[in-house]
Design a protein. Sequence first.
Length: 183
Amino acid sequence: MTAPCAPSTRLRLGSLRLGLVTLACVCSLSCAARTDVTRILGGQRAVELVSAPEQVEAWRLGPLPEGTAWRVATVADYPVLAGPVPLAPDQAARLSEVLLRPSTYRSSFAKGCVVQYGVRVSFVAPEARRLDVMFCFECDILTTYLDGEIAGGHDFEAARGDFVRLVRAIFPDDPEIAALSED
């Protein structure tokens, strides 16, 4: 038969258990956030492209041609108004940072809008691997295409200001981009 623990020992053991449970919850939330970013961007290959691209370029896009539905449109269906514009290393690094940040993405909820992508950013790596990120600033939605195939997407409203400041720097002479609100 073991002797009962002293009250101070029980308190320390209880605190230790609470600390371990809290640590486990924080770790699982952190892992879930990383998993969500991986899913949102389109998988591990997409995350690798955003993390370490060989080249990053941006295009200013026009509206889809009449009769082309955005849900079935490909990257090539969007008319190019300007670009490609190579991003400076600091711009590419900042864009990657915001795309990989879990707080960029809110919980999923439906939006009642028709997506109108206005900007495309391409992350390119060796072996012609490519991730295209299409931004709609009307809805604050991004969609990713990995090697030409739709891969992921999500709402980016929480980071709208970050993305608006970046595209303004990339397309400084575009009046529509200049008029975008940061909130």
